[in-house]
Design a protein around this ligand. Structure first.
Ligand SMILES: Cc1cc2nc3c(=O)[nH]c(=O)nc-3n(C[C@H](O)[C@H](O)[C@H](O)COP(=O)(O)OP(=O)(O)OC[C@H]3O[C@@H](n4cnc5c(N)ncnc54)[C@H](O)[C@@H]3O)c2cc1C
Length: 94
């Protein structure tokens, strides 16, 4: 069997890429070494969708958090994921 795209690793990143690619006419295969997807680091995450206020917006992490956060709401409406919108309030040190 031939595939257009092979994704190695079924963590949150690999699964998100696979999900995006399913919108195109592509044959996509996702390979995971464990018995189930999400058995790597992704299984232990705390479920926080970072808003971008903790990290310097000049860093890649800060930039991605800011632009990725709204897409989490869009993902919720397309999937069965439940998302609680808990607010956080950053306080200055001291
Ligand atoms: C304790 C903890 C708490 C966290 N809390 C948060 C949080 O609240 N919010 C947040 O945004 N982030 C959090 N993170 C970070 C987040 O969990 C990771 O950044 C994210 O899960 C990484 O996903 P990934 O798909 O890149 O990697 P992984 O989840 O590690 O996925 C990689 C997958 O690739 C597979 N794999 C590796 N090599 C091969 C191979 N050769 N062939 C086939 N499969 C292979 C692995 O088995 C694994 O399933 C937390 C991390 C930790 C450790």
């Amino acid at each position: 069997m031939r595939y257009d795209v092979t994704i190695i690793g079924g963590g949150v990143i690999g699964c998100a890429i696979a999900r995006e690619l399913l919108r195109y006419r592509l044959k996509v295969i996702l390979l995971e070494q464990e018995c189930e997807v999400g058995f790597g680091t992704s299984k232990s995450n705390s479920g926080i969708i970072h808003a971008g206020h903790h990290d310097d917006p000049r860093t890649l992490k800060g930039r991605l958090e800011r632009c990725g956060n709204p897409s989490a709401s869009a993902a919720k409406s397309r999937t069965c994921l439940k998302r609680s919108r808990l607010r956080s309030m950053p306080l200055p040190p001291g």
